[in-house]
Design a protein around this ligand. Structure first.
Ligand code: GZL
Length: 319
């Protein structure tokens, strides 16, 4: 495989040097699944970015199972793809399969989630600063609540995933010097609307109807939308009786904001693939080494930011 890749690299560089259009790259993409609106948008945008560049994208949906991702990555290696994109469902357990890709000199780029492994196992990671996202969400709640006592319930993302670990950490940092605001219940809703609703129903039941719950912090908007449904079915008003703060900035959270049923979200771009493909082409052309982390922006949106206009701007972007 190394010889074939070396030959390809020479031919590819020669093409580029001669100005002939580059032979199209074949890139494998191991996607987590379609658990949320944001994930669906990330898949849509990744396919669009590949098409724009004439990249042949081999797509594999893992249905949120790490073993399916590992199988897909091994399949890409066997196919002899030029590079592999992976959105790692959890942070651990990647060393061995990434070592196999390294031995075949197939560059790997992480999208939207980090892993706990040596960074020589991947070319770069294109992600947001997830601790910062949690801090922005927590800082908003601190500002909104002031000195009032506030019991917060937390809907965590997928257990063991870098966003779940980091968004929890950042939110707790924001609350650290505000003893009046406490996280009283915290459980995973696996980033889905269905589980977000189920867990919120259990929180409301456990808290004797939910009157003592002051706010929900959801690690993504889809779980927040599920929680909003549960709060309404319990006869309470989301957005006022219980404040709603979450992350992703998907269209439906802006619809909820416009109806006064959600309060704040932190934006996560679904376009991690654009920056990934750019550095990959530069690397394959002349081995230009990218930074090990390409950080994407995190912007706070609240009901003061014309939510229906934001909804209209986002609604056709593949969420
Ligand atoms: C975070 C990303 C998360 C989104 C969720 O970078 O991995 O996964 O916040 C998605 O919507 O399920």
């Amino acid at each position: 495989m190394k010889k074939a890749l070396a030959a390809f690299t020479v031919a590819f560089s020669a093409c580029l040097a001669s100005g002939v259009s580059a032979q199209s790259l074949t890139v494998g993409f191991s996607q987590i699944g379609s658990e949320s609106g944001w994930r669906a948008a990330e898949t849509t945008v990744t396919k669009q970015e590949a098409e724009k560049r004439g990249i042949d994208l081999k797509f594999a949906d893992a249905q949120q199972k790490q073993e399916n991702q590992i199988k897909a990555i091994r399949g890409f290696i066997a196919q002899g793809v030029d590079a592999i994109l992976v959105a790692p469902v959890v942070a651990t357990g990647w060393e061995s399969v990434l070592q196999e890709a390294k031995e075949e000199e197939i560059p790997v780029i992480l999208l939207d989630r980090q892993i706990e492994a040596s960074d020589d196992l991947y070319l770069t990671a294109v992600t947001s600063d997830q601790v910062h996202e949690g801090k922005v969400a927590g800082d908003w709640l601190v500002k909104d609540i002031g000195d009032k006592p506030c019991n917060v319930v937390e809907l965590q993302g997928t257990t063991g995933s870098s966003p779940a670990i980091n968004r929890k950490k950042g939110f707790e940092e924001a609350l650290a010097s505000h003893d009046n605001i406490k996280i009283t219940r915290s459980q995973t809703g696996d980033f889905t609307r269905t589980k977000g609703k189920e867990v919120m129903e259990s929180f409301i039941k456990a808290e004797g109807g939910g009157q003592d719950i002051c706010a929900v912090y959801a690690h993504n908007d889809d779980m927040a939308v599920g929680a909003i449904q549960a709060i309404k079915e319990a006869g309470l008003k989301p957005g006022s009786d219980i404040k709603i703060v979450s992350i992703d900035a998907v269209p439906d959270i802006f619809k909820a904001m416009a109806e006064g049923e959600a309060n704040a979200t932190v934006e996560l771009t679904p376009n991690m693939a654009g920056p990934a493909f750019d550095v990959l082409e530069a690397y394959l052309k002349d081995k230009t080494e990218p930074p090990k982390w390409i950080q994407t922006e995190s912007k706070l949106y609240t009901a003061a930011d014309d939510p229906m206009a934001v909804y209209e701007a986002k609604k056709d972007l593949g969420y």
